[in-house]
Design a protein. Structure first.
Length: 172
């Protein structure tokens, strides 16, 4: 199963096969196994040419025509060991897919957690931006000392917050 997760532009991008596609694999394998066990060991076919020169093939010989019996290639008969090996392979694949499903669930939970943290950070940046825009004189603590931001420092913080919000907070 292909699974890729990457952090791109503040969002988790995830690609995976659907459960429907995995289930389809089991259906196909089961159908093939059923068909192989249901087919006869030796199949027969007949070939003949009619009065018009048309070649025909059939599983039954013609009534009033001379025909040639064609022996069809035989399919290998599956023994118990082959069936058990197939069942073991299917069980191993199911186990592998169950592990992948657990990994996918963990990745989804991590993505939700990351998105929640990003949402909270965006809310904080928006509050700070609103505060900086509404207060011409903003006090900050620098090394334990309170001081006011200069108009240039305030403009820089506003500009930085606007850029950060535009880059990281469009979905929140």
């Amino acid at each position: 199963m292909n699974h890729n997760s990457s952090f791109f532009s503040g969002k988790i991008v995830k690609e995976e096969y659907s459960k429907k596609e995995r289930d389809m694999k089991y259906i196909v394998v089961t159908a093939i196994m059923t068909l192989l066990t249901a087919l006869p060991v030796v199949a027969q076919a007949y070939r003949w040419v009619d009065d018009k020169g048309q070649v025909h093939y059939s599983s039954q010989p013609p009534q009033n025509e001379k025909s040639e019996k064609i022996k069809m290639p035989t399919l290998p008969k599956l023994n118990d060991a082959d069936v058990r090996a197939q069942e073991a392979a299917i069980a191993k694949q199911k186990e592998k897919e169950a592990k992948q499903a657990n990994l996918d669930k963990a990745a989804q939970q991590k993505t939700a957690q990351t998105n929640e943290q990003l949402k909270k950070a965006c809310e904080g940046m928006r509050k700070d931006l609103a505060l900086y825009r509404s207060q011409p004189k903003v006090r900050v603590n620098v090394n334990g000392e309170a001081r006011r931001l200069t108009p240039e420092e305030l403009d820089k913080r506003i500009s930085d917050l606007e850029k950060s919000i535009k880059t990281n907070c469009q979905d929140f």
